[in-house]
Design a protein around this ligand. Structure first.
Ligand SMILES: [Zn+2]
Ligand SMILES: [Zn+2]
Length: 261
């Protein structure tokens, strides 16, 4: 063979030739300018060379868009098979931007899928289809739903975690944020008791006894006043070096711990 001068814009296969000695049948615009050609690939030749037609794509106005012989897709009009009898209607796909890009608001067909009639049979594209949600809008809506669900799950996890008291013997860290920027600088306390108002009594390594409460926004632990406001509830006031200003009843003693829920 040889003498190829033009190639298909999609698959890159040769579609026109200029061979010395053969009669010129016309001219084609190529990367080298206008070239006299002696042969063009025809639909019948493509059929023989690449295989039977597996897809013929036409526009809404029935203009030729592409044809696939076997597994080789061409966009060149030389191999437009219409009128050749080389295919049947089952391989014809009508390119339809409304169908490709929009969900159908009538039958809910997804973008790219064919519309369905009321009898659940494939049917022509419903006229309102281009008013349906676009692929982009569907993606955005899905992302919003996913985000809302993740946030709800995170909030639930947080609530659960905040409602779960630490076990006795657990070590809690209290950041010394007042004194230093260093974030790993923390006082460590061992939990001894937990109380109904989400507070704990804990002991430092030095033996010092403190009451701690958890900040429900940062989840960090901080030192609180801890004096009894009843036999079950330590006072949550004070902390971080600020003395509690509440007046506490003398003579009360904390007696028991309780569930946090
Ligand atoms: Zn529809
Ligand atoms: Zn207090």
């Amino acid at each position: 063979m040889g003498g190829e001068v033009l190639y298909d814009g999609w698959c890159g296969e040769p579609i026109a030739w200029a061979r010395l000695g053969d009669p010129v049948i016309g001219r084609e615009w190529t990367e080298h300018g206008w070239v006299a050609v002696t042969d063009r690939l025809s639909a019948a030749e493509a059929f023989r060379k690449y295989g039977p037609i597996t897809e013929l794509v036409v526009g809404r106005n029935r203009g030729f868009e592409s044809v696939t012989y076997g597994a080789t897709k061409f966009v060149s009009r030389f191999v437009d098979p219409r009128g050749t009898g080389l295919y049947d209607d089952t391989v014809v796909v009508v390119r339809d931007p409304a169908r490709d890009n929009h969900e159908c608001p009538v039958c809910q067909a997804a973008p790219g899928e064919q519309c369905m009639s009321k009898k659940k049979q494939p049917c022509g594209t419903h006229s309102k289809r281009s008013q349906g949600r676009s692929r982009w809008e569907i993606e955005q809506a899905d992302a919003a739903v996913r985000k809302a669900r993740e946030e709800a799950e995170a909030a639930e996890r947080w609530q659960r975690e905040m409602a779960t008291p630490p076990i006795r013997g657990a070590v809690l860290e209290v950041k010394r944020w007042m004194l230093t920027e260093a974030s790993d600088d923390a006082d460590r306390y061992t939990v001894e008791w937990t109380y109904a108002n989400r507070t704990v009594q804990a002991t430092a390594g030095s033996g010092e006894r403190v009451f701690l409460a958890r900040n429900e926004y940062t989840s960090g632990w901080h030192v609180i006043c801890g004096q009894p406001t009843s036999t079950r509830l330590p006072c949550r006031g004070g902390g971080a070096g600020v003395p509690c200003t509440a007046r506490h009843k003398p003579g009360l003693h904390l007696r028991e711990d309780s569930s946090w829920t």
